[in-house]
Design a protein around this ligand. Structure first.
Ligand code: FAD
Length: 440
């Protein structure tokens, strides 16, 4: 008889994982606390759109839904930097103009992965079921529904229930040496809108990720298929100028006119959006282990939430699905070994991603504004073109390859060192040669 899996959470990774497990022939029940996203419910609390790149696309391709998912995605070929005077600078993501990241709607992608899972008759999806506890040993999930409580027993439970995972909480309470660390940035985020132009067109360059870098904070905007842009303001919660001190419409208007003057005329609903949209927090979560024998396992944000500045949280969660699927294939009769191998293949890499994501916040909000950044990016592209396959900028490795994140981070450190040493040697030789000529 096929093993029975219970998955908790049908967000982005939950739906995709259910499809992978369904294809492998397992009996899968997926429980989601929210209502069916196809009934028009907002996938509340998270970004409206996301950037999907090579790792995420590969995971969709492996289950045959990449074209379906990407049909409405908008390619973004580089960063469009808006300085305070409204001057724009475009920096391509890669020397190869075909390499781009893609803006994709969260709700549409969520629906695509859920529908992919439901094509397998052995997968069932249950909405409006909230997990409140997991008995790890049996393993049994306690669910709350509008009709009361329900206990569901299975062979294995997978927690795909996001950064504030109830499954992980049960592991924390019941596994003696469970390691857990959560750290919040001092910044929060708020989503705002640039609506489509009168003819449904985009009011700014469509094929770019727009950034208004302002040193300690920033705003970004990603395009949507309907001609709108979703802007996200990343700003300190506290401080002299912060979410805390910006209370009235006048405060908001003044702040935006000072900092993002070219965006204000494009944001007719700015004040309403600012007032009504929630301010989200930015958390990094690290924990270990991600599994309990052959009974319980964590995947996606439940195992490793990262801040969004590398655009990799979902991509990494999708990559988890591929790796777990490979491990289940390798150890079809030993789920504990499959879970163990999945954990050991992913942990070091998602820890590396967590560090890269925090580092990229500083790059986006501060360094992208500088000429040095643009020169460094040009140098990166020159070296990449001159040394194909040998020199790869870190952003390129993370975004456009499937090299493990930890290997990417190590490789970039070595490359940077070599470039700096080479530059010092070149400068020393030039200075030495000049001095020699002058002295002759
Ligand atoms: C502002 C922002 C921008 C981002 N941009 C990007 C980006 O550009 N690119 C990228 O790759 N990543 C991005 N991310 C990260 C990405 O959103 C997450 O990594 C991704 O959603 C993780 O998927 P998941 O399925 O693990 O978790 P989630 O998508 O959070 O899904 C978890 C699901 O579990 C359900 N659930 C929770 N608790 C329970 C419970 N007790 N019982 C039942 N169900 C439950 C939830 O309702 C939800 O449906 C961004 C994140 C933020 C906050």
């Amino acid at each position: 008889m096929n093993s029975k899996f219970v998955l908790v959470g049908s967000g982005l990774a939950g739906g995709l994982l259910a499809a992978y497990l369904g294809r492998r022939g397992y009996d899968v029940d997926l429980y989601e606390r929210r209502a069916d996203p196809r009934e028009g419910n907002i996938v509340g609390g998270r970004s409206i759109n996301l950037a999907i790149s090579t790792r995420g696309i590969h995971a969709l391709e492996r289950i045959g839904i990449a074209d379906e998912a990407l049909q409405h995605a908008i390619p973004m070929r580089g960063r469009m930097i808006h300085d305070k005077s409204g001057v724009l600078h475009f920096t391509p993501y890669d020397v190869d103009p075909q390499k781009c990241i893609n803006s994709i709607g969260r709700a549409a992608l969520n629906t695509t992965v859920i529908e992919a899972a439901q094509r397998y008759p052995n997968v069932r999806v249950h909405f409006n079921h909230k997990c409140v506890d997991v008995d790890l040993d049996t393993p049994t999930v306690q669910l709350e529904t509008e009709h009361g409580q329900l206990a569901v027993r299975s062979d294995a439970v997978i927690g795909v229930d996001g950064a504030f995972s109830a499954v992980r909480k049960s592991m924390q309470q019941k596994i003696g040496n469970f390691q857990y660390d959560e750290s919040y940035l001092p910044h929060g985020y708020k989503e705002l809108t640039i609506p489509p132009g009168p003819d449904g067109s985009w009011c700014m360059e469509k094929n770019a990720l727009h950034i208004w870098p302002r040193k300690s904070f920033m705003m970004i905007a990603l395009p949507n298929p309907d001609g709108s842009f979703t802007c996200t303001l990343f700003w300190e919660f506290e401080g002299a100028r912060s979410f805390a001190t910006t209370k009235t419409d006048e405060d908001v208007r003044q702040f935006f006119e000072e900092e993002f003057p070219d965006a204000v005329p494009l944001m007719p609903t700015l004040l309403e959006d600012f007032r009504h949209n929630p301010t989200g927090s930015l958390v990094t979560i690290r924990c270990a282990p991600w599994f309990y024998g052959d009974k319980v396992c964590l995947l996606g944000d439940a195992a490793h939430a990262v801040v969004p500045f590398y655009g990799q949280g979902m991509n990494a969660a999708f990559e988890d699905c591929v790796v777990l699927d490979e491990c289940l294939e390798k150890f079809p009769d030993n789920r504990a070994r499959a879970f163990g191998e999945y954990f050991s293949r992913r942990k070091e890499n998602t820890d590396a991603l967590a560090a890269l994501a925090v580092g990229n916040f500083i790059e986006m909000r501060d360094k992208t504004a500088s000429k040095t950044f643009r020169v460094k990016k040009k140098l990166d592209h020159v070296l990449e073109a001159a040394l194909p396959g040998i020199y790869l900028p870190l952003y390129t490795i993370v975004t456009f390859t499937r090299m493990p994140y930890a290997v990417a981070a190590r490789r970039a450190r070595v490359q940077d060192l070599l470039v700096y040493v080479s530059l010092i040697v070149i400068v020393a030789v030039l200075v030495g040669t000049t001095v020699w000529f002058v002295a002759r």
